[in-house]
Design a protein around this ligand. Sequence first.
Ligand SMILES: [Zn+2]
Ligand SMILES: [Zn+2]
Length: 91
Amino acid sequence: MDSIMQTEKKCFICARRKYLEEHHIFGGTANRKKSEKHGLKVWLCYEDHRGNSGVHFNRVVDLALKAAGQKKFEETHTREEFRKEFGKSWL
Ligand SMILES: [Zn+2]
Ligand SMILES: [Zn+2]
């Protein structure tokens, strides 16, 4: 499914449009599939994705993206549904 987080293809963090990579907000084998199913993914530039301070190496950014993803999911689902699907709440 397409991202429900963004309508435009640009870095979710810095809005750059170069070197974009797709990031699934909830990782791990099961949750990555569920992120795909629900469109909980964002475009990130290489730096914000896999750079030294990118989401894969920066817990603060990771948690902020997870909170944003859960909020978006909860626009159309309950918190209980989120918990059931992803195993816990980040909010
Ligand atoms: Zn960026
Ligand atoms: Zn990623």
